[in-house]
Design a protein around this ligand. Structure first.
Ligand SMILES: [Zn+2]
Length: 267
């Protein structure tokens, strides 16, 4: 676990090499984690993967830039965007010191650690538009980043995709094989299958509530306060305007009609 955000850092060891997942909040922390991973496993580190662009998961990537670093292709843009630059300054970092993955991928990538094959997959948008999960099939573990949370409620930000998140979690649940595979979130201990299923339902409830508020004509600036949420509103609020924007782009509009369409009898 690494501070300041109690993020789960994982080291996946094969027979020949190790992989660091979510390599810390700063390049300096990334360097320390890299040394620790080598000491812990007695293996060379092959590289690192970031599950998404948030500071606590991706800002240590620069410490691995001489190796292979993986992440979704959207990370480069996200790490250049103002929210990431602001987060960097808050951590006392020069935003130019952040490194995007040098092996970005759109859908999937594989890492051979010698006797252990690790799959990296973008199953869809959710907590951010660039989430990836790390599947260590033979160990029965999927590292899910912040798509699921167990230390507290999940978090919706300006970069979230509230409408897409439930379907992405359906794909995650599919990987959990009814509970035979554990989901290890970015914050907190592994989730049971039933807890993951419950959280999928709650994430879908947030998506449904955002759409209901929009269709009901609730002004976006009042939507978070007027909504009924399964989590404390501060976890959801920043994602509501984004949810409105994404739905509007898909053609969802406020409706003045009653939800029941009158049936016309044939004459
Ligand atoms: Zn996050």
């Amino acid at each position: 676990m690494a501070e300041p955000d109690s993020v789960t850092v994982a080291v996946v060891a094969g027979e020949e090499a190790a992989l660091v997942v979510d390599p810390g909040s700063t390049p300096e922390q990334g360097r320390a984690l890299r040394a620790e991973a080598e000491e812990l496993t007695g293996l060379p580190v092959r590289g690192a993967v970031a599950t998404h662009a948030h500071s606590d998961h991706a800002f240590g990537l620069a410490a691995f830039d001489d190796l292979t670093t993986w992440g979704h292709e959207g990370l480069a843009e996200a790490l250049r965007a103002e929210p990431a630059r602001t987060a960097a300054r808050r951590l006392g970092l020069d935003p130019a010191a952040l490194a995007a993955p040098n092996r970005p991928f759109a859908l999937a990538a594989g890492v051979d650690l010698g006797g252990r094959w690790v799959e990296l997959a973008h199953l869809g948008e959710g907590h951010t538009t660039s989430d990836v999960v790390v599947v260590v099939a033979d160990a029965g573990v999927v590292l899910v980043g912040d798509l699921l949370e167990s230390a507290g409620p999940p978090w919706w930000g300006e970069d979230s995709a509230p409408d897409a998140w439930p379907a992405t979690l359906d794909a995650v649940l599919g990987l959990l094989a009814g509970g035979r595979v554990r989901a290890l979130p970015g914050h907190g201990p592994a989730l049971s299958f039933s807890d993951a299923l419950l959280q999928r339902g709650q994430v879908a409830a947030v998506a449904g509530e955002i759409e209901r508020l929009l269709v009901a004509g609730t002004p976006v600036e009042q939507a978070a306060a007027q909504g009924s949420w399964p989590f404390p509103v501060e976890h959801v609020a920043a994602g509501v305007p984004t949810g409105y924007r994404r739905l509007t782009e898909r053609g969802v509009r406020p409706s003045r009609d009653l939800p029941i369409t009158p049936v016309r009898r044939p004459d």
